[in-house]
Write a protein that binds this ligand. Sequence first.
Ligand SMILES: NC(=O)c1ccc[n+]([C@@H]2O[C@H](COP(=O)([O-])OP(=O)(O)OC[C@H]3O[C@@H](n4cnc5c(N)ncnc54)[C@H](OP(=O)(O)O)[C@@H]3O)[C@@H](O)[C@H]2O)c1
Length: 278
Amino acid sequence: MILTHSDFRTTSLLSAIRFCSVVVLAMTSVSTFNTARAETVLITGSNRGIGLEFAKQYAGRGWIVIATHRRNTPPETLTALAETYPDQVRVEQMDVSDQEQILALAEQLKGMPIDVILNNAALTSSFEDTTKHTFGTLDHSQFSRWMAVNAHGPLMVSEAFIENVKASKQKKIVSITSLLSSFGRNLGRPGKFYWDKASKVALNAVMFNLAHDLRNDGVIVALVSPGIVRVEKTMHLPRMPRQIDMSVSVDGLLAVIGQLTIEQTGSFTRYNGEPVPF
Ligand SMILES: NC(=O)c1ccc[n+]([C@@H]2O[C@H](COP(=O)([O-])OP(=O)(O)OC[C@H]3O[C@@H](n4cnc5c(N)ncnc54)[C@H](OP(=O)(O)O)[C@@H]3O)[C@@H](O)[C@H]2O)c1
């Protein structure tokens, strides 16, 4: 087929229009989440439990929320939240034990300042079947998985998004740990929960180390404990002594995180502001 001069002009015009549409679309999507320069939080494991409560509360306070999950399709809880806050909540897939997925999202968010990285995702103990966590009947096939998700995952996420954090105003990396990891608090109480305790102690070590490495960059690295929180998966069980609602825990944690300064880097704090010994 031979193209005439006017065909070329039409083709060029169409290409130019297509190019402009792509640029406008790209600018729209960046500006939707960037121009207001509201503070930004990236939350791992945000489709249920404490992570979802964080996503709701941050969005309610006007933050931009990068709500991540590990599912193959966007979880309904997050699509509903994104519908409520279309200009603030962005739902992204990221399994924290999958380095490829972490790096792919980091590439996508390159250049976007992220004020708070919230390492929340974790494997958590089942209170109904404790045999897998009890000496004598331990399920050893689970150990490396727990370490991968609860300790290695937060480290990989922190490393992948460090430039985003450094470019932000608040510069915070916060990891949710547990009183079960505090030797000073007798590991919550001694016995059982081997995988939970070992992986959270490892998380604490990794984050304590990171606090040292990032101090000169002004990045605050902190560990927080949410208390004993009633989440979806424990709703059907009788209320435990001292168990609190998600809104109470997250409300307290937001205050703790909001008040963190560089002097507190490497610290371990409960949701009510009480310092926790390692
Ligand atoms: N609840 C408490 O009483 C309590 C006490 C102390 C500490 N904590 C800590 O608080 C944090 C939140 O706990 P929670 O009670 O809300 O737990 P949860 O209800 O069990 O929720 C855990 C979340 O982590 C996600 N997740 C698990 N593996 C993941 C992976 N590989 N990649 C990405 N996401 C993953 C889950 O996704 P799926 O839905 O796909 O499984 C879910 O969204 C955890 O770090 C936990 O250790 C909780």
